[in-house]
Design a protein around this ligand. Structure first.
Ligand code: FER
Length: 306
């Protein structure tokens, strides 16, 4: 079993004991999470790969090749009243006198701002794509998507709790009111929706769809990778996307066909289709793991800002 899935399943097992009492405000608890991951996958004819797999080594560091830089960025949050931390990847050849589009990448339920670079190795994927001229040079912001005063990854028995999940919903205002303005003030960005993308994995995939499709004035490029059950009702999201048609440049959805959460992404895909919203739908052969997320970052990054 993969690191990520074993971590979330252990968390689900541990917090099955003792959280039932107040788990009802938000429908988040370990038993439900375990049942979600164990759901049988039912595939339709169009639940297939949209792309050829990436070349071998696409997510490995290439010693000697041009590399970007990951730096720590802190900002004051109006939501939490604290200073919060994000990682920022600057592309190879970064030049302060130019302007760059920005991609915001959001992590999963047990993760933090380090998950994309630590577990997924996003910086290697982005370095390789940019050095090869396959992605437009961009700035990538990897925030902590748990907008709580204590935003550390919770202990394993507190991952699937309403309190932890509430921090992910609260991040919407933190992102829009605090983080984006701070990034646009500190870095040479193109500070408009046409040059701002959002994407996320699992819990962060749900956030990216909810926040991105809900705010076309902020993001015109939106991706959910293996989105989790925090994803808003598909008909609502697809309706927002349909209304934003003139602005939205790309809606990208993906999931592995061994991921018990795939019904969430399937629901969004089918509603987008129903409501006539063009989108990428990529179903690969992976589970709820970095193989799927690294590949989908590889595909998504190449489509951005074109
Ligand atoms: C759930 C199952 C999985 C859930 C969230 C997740 C909010 C998220 C998993 C992840 O981020 O890896 O029932 O409820």
């Amino acid at each position: 079993m993969t690191d990520h899935l074993s971590r979330v399943l252990i968390a689900a097992a541990l917090c099955a004991v003792g959280t039932v009492a107040h788990a009802q405000e938000l429908d988040v608890n370990a038993d439900k999470a375990r049942a979600d991951f164990a759901r049988p996958v039912v595939l339709a004819a169009d639940d297939v790969r949209a792309f050829a797999p990436p070349p071998a080594g696409f997510a490995d560091a290439r010693p000697g090749a041009a590399q970007g830089k990951v730096e720590t960025f802190t900002y004051a949050s109006v939501v939490t009243g604290t200073r919060r931390t994000a990682n920022v990847w600057l592309p190879p050849g970064y030049d302060k006198t130019r302007r760059y589009p920005v991609l915001y990448l959001l992590h999963g339920i047990g993760g933090n701002q380090d998950e994309w670079c630590g577990y997924v190795r996003a910086q290697d994927v982005l370095d390789n794509l940019t050095a090869a001229g396959k992605a437009v040079p961009m700035i990538v912001v990897m925030p902590n998507g748990r907008a709580l005063a204590d935003d550390r990854s919770p202990p394993e028995n507190k991952v699937f709790t309403p309190e932890n999940a509430a921090g992910f919903a609260r991040f919407e205002r933190d992102l829009l009111d605090s983080l984006i303005p701070a990034v646009d003030a500190a870095y040479p960005t193109h500070a408009d929706s046409a040059h701002r993308a959002i994407g996320g994995l699992s819990m962060g995939g749900g956030q990216a769809l909810n926040f991105g499709l809900g705010h076309p004035e902020a993001f015109n490029w939106v991706a959910g990778f293996s989105p989790a059950p925090n994803t808003e009702p598909p008909a609502k999201l697809a309706g927002e996307a349909a209304r934003a048609k003139g602005k939205l440049k790309l809606v990208y959805l993906s999931c592995g066909n061994r991921d018990g959460l795939i019904n969430v992404a399937q629901g969004v895909h089918r509603q987008l289709r129903e409501q006539g919203v063009a989108h990428v739908w990529n179903v690969d052969g992976y589970g709820h793991d970095r193989d799927s997320w690294a590949e989908n970052l590889y595909h998504y990054a190449q489509l951005l800002f074109r």
